[in-house]
Ligand binder design. Sequence first.
Ligand SMILES: C[S@@+](CC[C@H](N)C(=O)[O-])C[C@H]1O[C@@H](n2cnc3c(N)ncnc32)[C@H](O)[C@@H]1O
Length: 207
Amino acid sequence: MLDDHGYPSGFFDRADTGDDAAFYGPERLVTHIDEGAIAAVGVLYAELGIGGRVLDLMSSWVSHFTTAPDDLVVLGMNEGELAANPQAASSVVHDLNQDPSLPFADADFDAAVCCVSVDYLVRPVDVFRDVARVLRPGAPFVVTYSNRCFPTKVIRAWLATDDAGRAAIVRSYFERSGGFTEPVSELRTPLDARGDPLWAVWATTTG
Ligand SMILES: C[S@@+](CC[C@H](N)C(=O)[O-])C[C@H]1O[C@@H](n2cnc3c(N)ncnc32)[C@H](O)[C@@H]1O
């Protein structure tokens, strides 16, 4: 049995079916990946020229840019964490699993990023489709991930696969949303590095 986007039943199941607002209620002013992986995120954003009005999706108190964009909007679950983000110009609390549509106008942003969080989405194709809507044509959406997570909140398919399988999952979100060019996927930390690995998948909007 496949869902509307072609994923098998149970793909997006999570061990913790409780409200995300309850899980993300307590402030966590921590980093979720190590220094090397954080640096790799910043280097990638700089390399891709991410700047201007930028949306950091599923954000917290750190956005990992080497230089803050002119107008960074951070969207996440915890108001205190978002308010503590020194690179953010404004913040929005919004549960993408309750409502995958974004509270922004069409073509409002020059770029979007999502760091170590895509594995928590239960309606990712709908979210990616709406990210494409709020980006201007030709704008990048950069998704990064590692191998650490809150396992009870991660979708079953993510936990059941390996690195290559996770890249395939994120690529499929871009492809099935219909709004992006062919995605690029890369390991951004050295293969023999001892710390947290950092993978990235990105594409630009068509249209
Ligand atoms: C592992 S943290 C990563 C935070 C930040 N992006 C970073 O790089 O440190 C996961 C983030 O996903 C956000 N998140 C989880 N579920 C969400 C949902 N349903 N809607 C919107 N954001 C969500 C949380 O607010 C949390 O900040």
